[in-house]
Design a protein around this ligand. Structure first.
Ligand code: BG6
Length: 439
């Protein structure tokens, strides 16, 4: 597997969509940090591809200045084969200055419909040979389109060249789940339907769609969040845990095995839309959901009968991401709760039942909590991890093609059910708690 804990090899990172929101908000700050940390040395260059007339200075104007001298801009029309030949020459020129053996990593930060166009032109220009391709979700909008996208990409790039980003997999706490469950005896034996009553994974956002009108109208909460982030967190929670760092190589296969055993109960699925969404996007009849709630079950004997709940939404009462594991009551307790918290703090909360001091005979639930931020200076951003892993060639925190299709297979019945049953939407007030929407 990957060569971890070592500096990055000489790399030319080619970012398609360098002037976009994703590059500005996530990629460039993460790359600046990678540079500041010394992971990327002089053998690292970024070519920012865009259709616009813009300079590297203008792009970096609002960014950390550590990327000055590292970024150059290449103007390209996505549909023009000649422009890709020009890009190939530019890459060769940068290799000439840097290192003839520098690896080339393409990051596609472009609208979904542009992805197949760019990929096929990269293939025609021969830029697929020996390079890597980093892709952002959405990976299709249903099972058929996901398969189509995978097949289009596979015409130019072998699967081991492709890195499908799900930045939730790279969040520190998400990375911790497999090892935490595999390396603490207290969880090993209790991690099954025998002791666990219910698992809930919630990702609430307080923000709305933040101007991403075109994108969100094509996706909605189920496709944007559940298909990727929430199903991956669920897979990490249910899969065979990792006992060692060496086990991490097996992560995609173990997540896939967990995903393949999941079924969603379409009849219980709930969709909602926040009041004001239609005015915001200027479409009075939009049926797109900004909230989704699902109950799933697993066919695995380990998880037989355990309700698995996923919920996400925009403009809810808070920004919060957590995995709540409710244990069955044993002895004098009413059941422990383990919270694997991803946001606002990354850490683990556990409720312990203890005897309350005093002459009365009473049990009380007391907290036993750990938060990364209280003990470690800095947690790398998920995008730093994703970019470094792709440059190192470590696939463990990326979604494989099989995982992508397995997660669409889980959601396909829900999408069909919603379509056949008139897309019933619950309109909720911005700032609502989940319970109120489900009422
Ligand atoms: C993205 C979704 O994948 O994740 C966005 O497309 C969402 O809709 C974002 O806002 C949330 O990410 P984070 O890391 O801020 O929780």
């Amino acid at each position: 597997m990957a060569t971890v804990n070592q500096k990055l090899p000489a790399t030319i990172l080619v970012i398609f969509g360098i002037t976009g929101d994703l590059a500005g908000r996530y990629l460039l700050p993460a790359l600046a940090q990678i540079k500041v940390d010394g992971q990327a040395g002089p053998g690292f260059r970024i070519i920012g591809v865009t259709r616009r007339d813009v300079t590297a200075e203008q792009i970096l104007d609002t960014q950390d200045q550590s990327l000055v001298g590292c970024l150059s801009v290449f103007k390209l029309d996505y549909n023009q084969p000649d422009d890709y030949r020009g890009l190939a020459e530019e890459i060769e020129a940068v290799k000439g200055q840097l290192d003839a053996n520098a690896q080339v990593v393409f990051h596609l930060s472009v609208p979904p419909d542009v992805v197949p166009v760019v990929v096929s032109h990269l293939g025609v220009a021969g830029l697929n040979r020996g390079s890597k391709l980093l892709m952002e979700k959405p990976f299709g909008r249903d099972l058929a389109s996901a398969k189509e996208l995978i097949s289009q990409v596979s015409k130019c790039f072998d699967d081991n060249q492709v890195y499908r980003i799900d930045h939730y997999l790279a969040k520190e706490m998400a990375q911790n789940i497999a090892l935490l469950l595999g390396s603490n005896a207290v969880f090993r034996e209790a991690w099954s339907a025998k002791y666990i009553d219910r698992i809930e994974i919630v990702a609430k956002e307080a923000i709305g769609i933040e101007g991403r009108v075109g994108f969100y109208e094509q996706t909605g909460a189920l496709r944007d969040f559940v298909q990727s982030h929430l199903l991956q967190l669920l897979a990490l929670t249910l899969m065979e845990p990792c006992e060692d760092f060496a086990d991490l190589e097996a992560l995609p296969g173990r997540r896939l095995a967990a995903l393949r055993q999941l079924k969603a109960d379409s009849s219980k699925a709930v969709r909602g839309q926040y009041e004001g969404y239609r005015q915001e996007i200027g479409k009075n009849d939009s049926n797109v959901e900004t909230f989704a709630w699902l109950e799933l079950s697993s066919d695995s004997p380990t998880w037989h009968g355990v309700p698995l709940v996923l919920a996400t939404g925009k403009k809810l009462d808070a920004k919060l991401t957590e995995i709540r594991v409710y244990f069955k009551p044993v002895g004098a307790s009413q059941g422990n709760t383990l919270v694997l918290q991803i946001y606002p703090k990354e850490g683990v909360e556990f409720d312990l039942w203890v005897k309350e001091p005093g002459l009365e005979r009473k049990m009380k639930k007391m907290p036993l909590n750990f938060y990364y931020q209280d003990h470690f200076d800095r947690l790398p951003d998920a995008y730093e991890q994703v970019l470094v892993d792709a440059m190192r060639g470590d696939h463990s925190l990326f979604a494989s093609a099989e995982e992508v299709t397995a997660s669409w297979e889980i959601l396909e019945p829900v999408l069909e059910h919603w379509q056949q049953n008139g897309n019933g939407l619950k309109i909720y007030q911005p700032g609502s708690p989940i319970d109120k929407i489900l009422d």
